[in-house]
Write a protein that binds this ligand. Structure first.
Ligand code: FAQ
Length: 321
């Protein structure tokens, strides 16, 4: 029997068991529902890192907007980069429903107190990198995010449904771009292969540390925030990519890739976790550049925020007259 508080209201144990029962029954937890503080904090941490990844993730591809090889490619890339901004907005909105505002989260990003995905600390050296990001980075993002559509927290799960639809368009544009290059001139094929050589391993790192080093997985899976472990999703991604690489006529840069008949999966080589840790510590090739560009963009946008606030104030004053 659940405890009752002294004033006759249900005690904390009642709320906690209602929360546990809702999670066990695969029901959604909604913003006004009671939730454990640690559940709320875990969601804010993950959603914030995800939102930051979306807006920092605009930078590597935006680098190629002015140099896209045709008007069509430029229009597609502009739409994709704008989609990423939209994803950031949905996700900051989802975090807001947990009581943490965008200003606070951006402040944590800018001061290095919150992370964003390691992948966006690598440079985009050629046009083929736009294809590699679409195929591999968006592909990894979809593999990770489709199960998040069933996340126990309602606003995050619902945001993921729309995000995944858009990411799937992103993945296809990257695949198609690489296919054209791969079937193009020798120089174009070589450029596509070089991009895959550089983006393959960092893409595998997007899924996070191996399961036995993942600090949050067990609890997040018990709460049904995460539905699969980091290693399970990484394996799923490898299994999807191997036949796609073959269809593209490109080679994944891993001599240890081998079909494992017994396991029904592709075995793959060792990931350089030293590199992953260095990137997380701020020592990747572009960490400094990304964060200083983000801070500058935020400062440059101050007048827009001020103008929007002044406009909202004026409307409110007019309405109350
Ligand atoms: N990079 O215990 P775990 C995209 C951190 S969106 C940086 O395993 P968890 C779209 C982790 O935060 C890409 N940090 O953690 C796009 C934790 O640090 P903390 C982003 C990482 O949360 C495409 C620590 O390591 N997607 O690409 C990374 O259970 C193209 C311990 O790790 C999401 O955020 C990493 N790769 O699992 C945009 C999806 N991995 O907080 C533009 C949602 C781990 O203790 C262009 N997030 N860390 O200081 C998730 O599914 C999870 O948060 C994981 C990590 C799987 C990323």
């Amino acid at each position: 029997m659940a405890e009752r508080g002294t004033d006759g209201e249900p005690g904390p144990e009642t709320y906690e068991s209602a929360f546990d029962a809702a999670v066990a029954a695969d029901e959604r937890i909604e913003p006004r529902d009671w939730m454990p503080d640690a559940y709320r904090a875990t969601l804010v941490r993950q959603i914030a890192q995800h939102a930051h990844s979306e807006i920092i993730g605009m930078m590597p591809e935006a680098n190629w907007l002015s140099r896209a090889p045709s008007l069509r490619r430029k229009a597609i890339l502009m739409a994709k980069v704008q989609d990423e901004a939209g994803h950031g907005l949905y996700l900051y909105g989802a975090a807001e429903t947990l009581g943490t505002g965008r200003d606070e989260l951006l402040d944590k990003l800018h001061s290095g107190r919150q992370k964003y995905s390691s992948i966006f600390n690598y440079p985009t050296l050629t046009w083929a990198d736009v294809g590699a990001i679409g195929w591999l980075v968006d592909g990894a993002a979809i593999t990770n995010q489709v199960p998040l559509c069933r996340c126990s927290y309602g606003p995050y799960a619902r945001a993921m449904v729309r995000i995944c639809k858009e990411e799937s368009f992103h993945q296809r544009q990257g695949y198609e771009l690489l296919l054209v290059l791969s079937r193009g001139t020798d120089a174009q094929h070589a450029m596509a292969q070089d991009a895959i050589d550089r983006w393959w391993w960092p893409s595998l790192m997007m899924f996070g540390p191996p399961d036995d080093e993942s600090a949050h997985s067990a609890q997040s899976m018990a709460w049904k925030i995460k539905r699969h472990s980091n290693d399970e999703l990484r394996q799923r991604f490898v299994d999807i990519c191997v036949p796609q690489a073959e269809a593209l006529g490109l080679t994944l840069p891993d001599p240890d890739l081998r079909w494992n008949e017994e396991a029904g999966h592709w075995d793959f080589g060792a990931i350089d976790w030293g590199e992953f840790k260095a990137v997380l510590k701020g020592n990747g090739p572009c960490n400094e550049q990304r964060i200083s560009q983000r801070r500058r963009a935020h400062e440059d946008g101050a007048w827009v925020r001020d103008a929007a606030a002044a406009h909202a104030r004026k409307r409110q004053e007019a309405a109350s007259r």
